[in-house]
Design a protein around this ligand. Structure first.
Ligand code: EPU
Length: 417
């Protein structure tokens, strides 16, 4: 079993360069199959989820080559194959194969997705969208079967603001006949990134990043070259780690606007922040004030930073309240932090965090962001070694985490037992 070992207590110092966004990459890769010729993706993060996605596309006959941070996807010879099992099961975001295959072939069989299951994550809004576009959708023995004689543009109101449903409907609608309007759409930067790629492929998508997205369907899309936006969650995680260790770190290759909600909260608790054009400097302080944080859909505070933020708030004086209005029960990191001496109580969708120094312990990452929270917690502890298992979750979303932390002066290493 692989573990992350952390001998903490050292302030992080230096510069970290942020990679391309995971949650963009795993939507852009399936989007490429909607084209009739080669799509080149630059600034690709080196993550296990990305590797699984390239495996999925290769299984369907796409020619995928991946060198450094560039992936070339030639979907010319792709075929429609049912995928009830196999790599789709390893990945939550394999649900994007539903929209992409439906758009390209008007049919798909995709096993229900795996991935980080910190709580039940329904896909009813994705299905509602596909049905509105004219598809028949059935769940047969744990695989979703989609079929449409023809996809026709429609007006779709999302009952829940969902990143996945917004992107999935966009994927299918780009190859539908006529106009589609998605109302109450999610506004995350990753949605704009996917729309930018699709428009470069010849699609007509307007309004991505607002709550109303209009799509004019096209019968054919072409290949193109696209550079993935920086990962705002990875950036936010390093910002929080810099603050928690009372360090001084320049987070480079970021879009500061994407991090506004976090930046505001860090400033409110007393962290020093300098915003530059494409980077943010975080200057840690010895004492922090307690704050209240509400995780909301974008542009609110990101739910994916809620767990890392919990670790930082254990370092503040007084009692902080952190509520998650996106996922009501995303608190699996709390019992693990408690093993490290944290004083946290979960009440409904809120964690009530009393500032208290942490101690080293053996803890388990149960999902990606919970893993990041435990690493940050371990970095604050100056005596003893924190051991984090469940490293496979962390590898899903943090490109070169150990190398980056070591370059910032942390004493972190991987150990295989
Ligand atoms: N929801 C429904 N029905 C649906 C879809 C969503 O009820 O059909 C609910 C969810 O249960 C949740 C809320 O709507 O309460 C928002 O879910 P959303 O669909 O936006 O989440 P997602 O698309 O499945 C993506 C990211 C998550 C991130 C969320 C919220 C990917 C692959 N995943 O998930 O990222 O937490 O948006 O921003 O893009 C992570 O990176 O660690 C991660 C979990």
């Amino acid at each position: 079993m692989e573990k992350l070992m952390i001998s903490g207590g050292r302030p992080l110092q230096g510069t970290v360069t942020i990679s391309g966004a995971k949650n963009s990459a795993i939507a852009l890769i399936p989007a490429a199959i909607l084209a009739e010729s080669e799509v080149i993706l630059d600034n690709l993060p080196l993550l296990s989820d990305v590797a699984v996605y390239s495996e999925i596309l290769e299984e369907l006959g796409a020619n995928v080559s991946w060198e450094g941070n560039q992936m070339r996807i030639d979907p010319t010879h792709i075929i429609s194959l049912p995928m009830p099992n196999g790599p789709v099961k390893k990945l939550r975001a394999s649900y994007y194969m539903m929209g992409a295959m439906l758009g390209r072939f008007k049919e798909a069989v995709i096993g229900l997705p795996g991935g980080c299951n910190f709580e039940p994550r329904p896909i009813d809004q994705h299905i509602k969208g596909f049905e509105a576009l004219g598809a028949t959708v059935t769940n047969e023995h744990g695989a979703i079967h989609l079929h449409a004689k023809e996809l026709k543009g429609a007006k779709i109101y999302l009952d829940v603001v969902s990143v996945g449903a917004t992107i999935n409907i966009m994927l299918a609608a780009t190859r539908a006949k006529g106009s589609t309007i998605i109302e109450n759409a999610a506004k995350e930067p990753e949605i704009i990134d996917v729309a930018t790629l699709l428009n470069s492929m010849g699609a007509s998508i307007k309004g991505a990043g607002t709550e109303t997205i209009r799509i004019e369907g096209k019968s054919e899309l072409r290949g193109c070259r696209h550079s993935i936006i920086p990962d705002r969650i990875q950036a936010g995680t390093y910002m929080i780690a810099a603050a928690a260790t009372r360090g001084n770190v320049l987070i480079d290759n970021v879009i500061p606007k994407h991090l506004e909600a976090l930046t505001a909260k860090l400033i409110e608790m007393g962290v020093g922040i300098e915003e530059l054009d494409e980077s943010i400097r975080v200057i840690g302080k010895q004492n922090y004030g307690s704050i209240d944080v509400k995780a909301l859909v974008y542009p609110g505070f990101a739910t994916d930073l809620q767990s890392p933020m919990t670790s930082l708030l254990t370092q503040a004086d007084g009692v902080s309240v952190l509520s998650d209005f996106v996922y009501s029960n995303r608190f699996k990191h709390v019992p693990e932090l408690a093993r490290m001496g944290a004083k946290i109580r979960v009440e409904g969708r809120s964690a009530i965090i009393e500032g208290h120094p942490l101690n080293a312990a053996k803890v388990k990452a149960t999902d990606l962001r919970a893993g990041a929270a435990l690493v940050i917690a371990g970095l604050t502890v100056s005596e003893g070694i924190t051991e984090v298992t469940g490293v496979e979750f962390i590898d899903r979303g943090y490109d070169h985490l150990v190398t980056n932390l070591r370059e910032l002066g942390a004493d972190v290493w991987r150990q295989n037992d």
